[in-house]
Design a protein around this ligand. Structure first.
Ligand SMILES: *Cc1c(COP(=O)(O)O)cnc(C)c1O
Length: 390
């Protein structure tokens, strides 16, 4: 099928909620992919941090295929093998105690919101249900997670939003502490704000708020949807901040390309939900979980050290390129500030065979964790050439 007919069908029948680039992707291997015209691209997006093992990883495909030949879905009324194994591996790697399966990041955040409110209601009754979120955060597109998102641009048209969210200034200790009043049950934050522009939180700020929350029995929630599953060079990003949250949400990279979301419960919250409190038809799907096991087994210390090393290599190479004024982020989650138009740079990269993302005014890189040195170098050469000609 020609690109024009693909685009025409999309124009006619798809609800236009995305501004798509004029490219139709067809197939790929690791961090290299091809469009329907056979043009090659180096992928530094991972489908927005999803394809942890790149395109069409053999081990991942084998795991999924083997499970597909056994059964594709049951329901959560019966036990299956893969979901328990995913939960065990994630808990072991994170220090969390229990896991609930959802199907996306927004759903995982719905789960942490419900869990935080139930924990507080059971212990303190009515009136202690406010959740503090940070300005410039992003937590999802459902009604509750939009309400928890600290960006005014998202708070339009869909009134009324969900009550009970108050916003504090990220990295502002005094402002955040002033919001931790008697009606607050939890605080939620991303260790590196992704959609907000790849902005890492200060370690001292996080640790100080964490300590105060502990004192006041305010639950500390970390949204690891974008930062989790190896992206920042540790399994979860909070592990580099010296804290152990009460609730964690994760998604994107956990499925390697199939839909999954996870709510993780710590010591305080591990018994807060009981039968009937929460559920999901697809949550814990055995095929998705079989692929996830493959990812989790691959993400050992050596793999994570390699993610860090590749992140440092990217930083070093990019910092000497023209028009680059700053590089922020952790591991292979990087935001590049430029003194030229970001949109134009991204379009020119695409034209030259390199896929990159934006985050606010920055160029954002989220390469597959398995990207090879050769693919990195190929992508960097394209980026350098584009920047040189700006
Ligand atoms: C992407 C993202 C979400 C939403 O995930 P979906 O799977 O799109 O619902 C939530 N929080 C953060 C930090 C994200 O980056």
């Amino acid at each position: 099928m020609s690109f024009d007919s693909i685009q025409q069908k999309d124009q006619e029948y798809i609800m236009h909620t995305y501004g798509r680039y004029p490219v139709a992707l067809d197939h790929g291997k690791n961090a290299t992919c091809y469009d329907t015209n056979g043009k090659e691209y180096i992928d530094m997006t991972s489908g927005i941090g999803v394809n942890a093992l790149g395109f069409s990883d053999k081990g991942w495909i084998d795991a999924i295929t083997a499970q597909l030949h056994k059964l594709q879905h049951t329901s959560n009324l019966y036990y299956t093998t893969p979901c328990g194994e995913v939960a065990k591996l994630v808990c072991e790697k994170s220090g969390m105690k229990k896991m609930f399966f959802a199907n996306s990041g927004a759903e995982a955040n719905e789960g942490v919101i419900k869990a935080a409110r139930k924990y507080s209601f059971t212990k303190y009754g009515h009136g202690r249900n406010t959740i503090i979120a940070l300005e410039n955060s992003f937590h999802g597109r459902t009604m509750a997670t939009l309400s928890a998102t600290g960006q005014d641009a998202y708070h339009n048209y869909f009134f009324p939003f969900v009550n009970g969210f108050v916003f504090a200034k990220a990295n502002d200790l005094e402002d955040t502490i002033s919001k931790l009043t008697g009606d607050v049950c939890a605080i939620i934050m991303e260790m590196v704000q992704g959609e907000g522009g790849v902005l890492p939180l200060d370690k001292e700020y996080v640790k100080a708020i964490y300590d105060i929350c502990k004192e006041k029995d305010i639950l500390f929630i970390v949204d690891e949807v974008q930062t989790g599953v190896g992206r920042t060079g540790s399994f979860f990003s909070y592990q580099q901040f010296g804290i152990q949250p009460d609730l964690v949400s994760c998604a994107k990279g956990l499925g390697g390309g199939l839909p999954i979301g996870g709510v993780l419960f710590g010591e305080k919250t591990e018994n807060c939900l009981v039968a009937g409190d929460h559920g999901s038809t697809f949550g814990g799907n055995p095929v998705v979980c079989a692929g996830s096991i493959e990812i989790l087994n691959r993400l050992n210390d050596e793999f994570l050290a390699d993610v860090k090393k590749k992140g440092e290599f990217l930083r070093k190479e990019i910092s000497s390129m023209p028009h680059v004024t700053d590089i922020a982020g952790m591991g292979m989650m990087l935001g590049i500030s430029l003194d030229v138009d970001t949109k134009e740079v991204i379009q020119k990269c695409l034209d030259s065979g390199l896929m990159v993302l934006s985050a606010k005014t920055k160029v954002r890189l989220l390469p597959p964790l398995t990207i090879t040195r050769k693919e990195l170098e190929k992508g960097l050469t394209i980026l350098a050439e584009v920047l040189k000609n700006m």
